[in-house]
Design a protein. Structure first.
Length: 383
């Protein structure tokens, strides 16, 4: 294939896909499109499975990323004078520095508090009068509980107005819990290391999907099984082509993330297409006795049952058949509440279509993670 082979948008479908293993197989820097001395910085993805993926940026790439992050902050309403408490991890993970660059691009004041040390995080949030919180949604849900446990009244002690949450799937119920607790407006942000990092897509004030920065990313949806390109509006795997990246210009990169693309103009007036909030990755989909289940469906059910805590864990095991168990925290007085247990079980069955063993566990007993939450424990033997 030659550059001349691509004359119209339809020709893009002739380009073969790039997949995660192409990057892994060329670890660390086997697919650079520029000589190494032109690299300005390197990051690496968390690499939950196997070797990390190293991503490279030229100076221009870094400027482009910063500009996209700046726009992302702008869409969410962050301005000069805002105080951004950036609780994404600083380091190889693109979240920390990505949000840092975005805050600087709009002229806001950035507090690089990074992940962890929750007590200090809350103290700074109050004393520095942070107006914007940026972190993983699971950590913000944890801060709802932690701030009360530390004796704060979240709505009066803090002055947060805007939240920028992403890097993992989260439910509308989690959004409601965060907004009700802190009285802020929560925006979903989407990105991935291979596509610069965060700042690929952001919800505007309409919050009817996330605008993808169309001047930098060409977005398609495909059938994950056949690779066939789908019409806008149908659910499929997101595939991105970067339009100006220098160091690692990925073409038709398969994300494994499931969503839909909407091309109609948004009521906010922006023409950048929108993607629906991500339901999950096709690879975090659990197949339990032949039934497809996304952890986000479990969260959706749990957050709608009154009387439960915020933390949960999904345990999959195999005893003759695949078994699904959900551990969810509940307050002391309700640990033996059979009605509550029954309600969770019935609601999970209604949504998932399979039986689940539910266990109410003491508040504080499940692991809290500061970066991306890890909700699933799969004990099934690997073949
Ligand atoms: P890793 O692939 O190692 O987790 P990244 O930090 O680059 O590294 O993660 C990118 C992935 O995170 C995306 O492909 C997507 O699955 C998930 N993700 C990022 N932002 C969101 C979001 N707003 N909603 C749902 N999932 C998200
Ligand atoms: Zn919009």
């Amino acid at each position: 294939m030659k550059p001349e082979s691509i004359k119209t948008l339809d020709d893009v479908a002739k380009i073969p896909f790039t997949v995660k293993t192409d990057l892994r197989d060329n670890y660390p820097l086997g697919i650079l499109a520029v000589p190494p001395h032109r690299l300005y910085c390197l990051h690496a993805s968390s690499g939950t499975t196997g070797k990390p993926i190293v991503v490279a940026y030229t100076r221009r790439d870094l400027e482009c990323w910063t500009r996209l992050m700046g726009r992302t902050f702008d869409v969410a309403g962050v301005r000069k004078g805002d105080i951004v408490q950036n609780m994404y991890g600083y380091g190889l993970f693109t979240g920390g520095l990505g949000f840092h660059y975005g805050a600087r691009a709009v002229g806001a004041t950035v507090v690089p508090s990074s992940v962890g040390n929750t007590k200090r995080q809350l103290m700074l949030m109050k004393d520095l009068r942070s107006t914007v919180a940026a972190c993983t949604p699971s950590y913000m849900v944890y801060l709802c509980e932690a701030s009360r446990a530390e004796g704060y009244s979240p709505r009066t002690d803090f002055v947060l107005k805007i939240g920028l949450f992403g890097a993992e799937p989260w439910s509308e119920e989690a959004r409601k819990r965060i907004e009700d607790t802190f009285g802020l407006r929560a925006h979903d942000c989407f990105g991935m290391s291979e596509l610069y990092g965060p700042g690929v897509a952001i919800e505007c004030d309409q919050r009817n999907g996330l605008h993808v920065w169309g001047d930098e990313f060409l977005v398609e949806t495909i059938n994950p099984d056949t690779g066939e390109v789908l019409e806008p509006g149908s659910e499929g795997e997101l595939v991105f082509t970067m339009l100006s990246r220098e160091a690692m210009p990925l073409l038709r990169y398969r994300t494994r993330d499931l969503s839909r693309v909407f091309e109609e103009e948004c009521a906010c007036g922006r023409y950048h297409s929108r993607i629906q909030r991500i339901k999950g990755r096709s690879d975090d989909m659990l197949i339990i006795g032949g039934v497809n289940i996304f952890p986000s469906q479990v969260e959706h059910v749990l957050m709608n049952v009154r009387g439960l805590g915020d933390q949960y864990q999904i345990v999959v095991s195999h005893e003759e058949l695949d078994r699904l168990a959900v551990k969810v925290e509940a307050p002391q007085g309700r640990l033996n509440d059979f009605e509550l247990l029954k309600k969770v079980q019935t609601d999970l069955f209604a949504t998932l279509g399979i039986r689940t063993r539910v266990e109410l566990v003491e508040e504080g007993s499940l692991p809290r993670l500061e970066g991306k939450a890890k909700r699933v424990v799969d004990l099934r033997p690997k073949e």
